[in-house]
Design a binder for this molecule. Structure first.
Ligand code: HEC
Length: 114
């Protein structure tokens, strides 16, 4: 390998690295956005808002209470699928039977990440 080859190779790496980083960043944003889209499409926003308490606690409050707890994904998954009562106030959340297991997991991940 000559010196010119070596330089070319380094130039290639320098050119592709930013594209790779941008692609990874775009994927992360898309995934975070999906949770929000699922929550919106499934009517969660009728009782929850990201920041303000409504009928149910805000998603920010829920995230703050559960973030860092190892069983948080399981607990929230069960709350969404099976309903929840008595944890936040007098209002009851009915079980959501329309939401698929996969979509529920995406919403829970989104909730805990935001
Ligand atoms: C009819 C109103 C209503 C709708 C619609 C609703 N929720 Fe709730 N949600 C509540 C209430 C009220 C609580 C608090 C229940 C309690 O005190 O345990 C709650 C609590 C929660 C919690 C916290 C549960 C826990 O274990 O602390 C999560 C997470 C949640 N909701 C997610 C969702 C998602 C996701 C959807 C959409 C699929 C949704 N909610 C739709 C009213 C609603």
């Amino acid at each position: 390998m000559t010196d010119t080859h070596l330089t070319k190779g380094l130039e290639m790496k320098a050119k592709f690295l930013p594209i790779l980083v941008a692609a990874i960043a775009a994927t992360t944003v898309a995934m975070a956005g999906d949770g929000k889209a699922i929550a919106t499409e499934n009517g969660c926003m009728a009782c929850h808002s990201p920041g303000e308490p409504m009928v149910g606690p805000s998603f920010a409050k829920i995230a703050a209470r559960y973030r860092g707890k190892t069983d948080a994904p399981t607990v929230l998954f069960q709350s969404i699928k099976g309903g929840s009562r008595g944890k936040w106030g007098v209002m009851v959340m009915k079980p959501d039977t329309k939401l698929s297991d996969d979509d529920t997991r995406v919403v829970v991940d989104w909730l805990l990440a935001n």
